[in-house]
Design a protein around this ligand. Structure first.
Ligand code: ZN
Ligand code: ZN
Length: 134
């Protein structure tokens, strides 16, 4: 089981299944949402994701129709993303997980959107949109 939470500690969650589609996303939305050159994202089946505390401490932003990013109201940590057309999955941010994880990033996605000052320094495959199969 993986445990994680937000910076201030109000929001806590547990993950009891595998992380899927672990990627570095360089899209302009992830850059703004995280304030970083890229986001480190993974999918979890909703049945394996549970809030331990603070679900009512989240606030959300609908970045596109049906796609809602949820943040801690107090500290702003990005906790989950949901797509109303795909309720069986949530997307989480690897940096909010405190446990050692066994999964590893498999690709850079939206690599063509990356910031001009961002250099990709590893050998993972790079895609101009989502990785194949998603
Ligand atoms: Zn917080
Ligand atoms: Zn992105």
């Amino acid at each position: 089981m993986y445990k994680g939470g937000c910076m201030c500690g109000a929001v806590r969650f547990e993950i009891t299944g595998p992380l899927r589609n672990v990627v570095y996303c360089h899209c302009s939305q992830c850059r703004k949402l995280h304030g970083t050159p890229f986001a480190s994202n993974a999918g979890v089946e909703s049945k394996f994701f549970k809030f331990v505390s603070g679900e009512d401490h989240l606030t959300g932003y609908e970045i596109a129709p049906g796609i809602i990013k949820s943040f801690c109201k107090t500290c702003g940590s990005p906790i989950i993303g949901r797509n109303t057309r795909q309720p069986e999955m949530v997307r989480i941010r690897l940096g909010t997980i405190e446990s050692e994880i066994s999964e590893r990033p498999a690709a850079h996605i939206f690599a063509s959107s990356r910031a001009s000052w961002d250099t990709i320094c590893d050998e993972l495959p790079q895609y101009d949109a989502f990785e194949p199969g998603r």
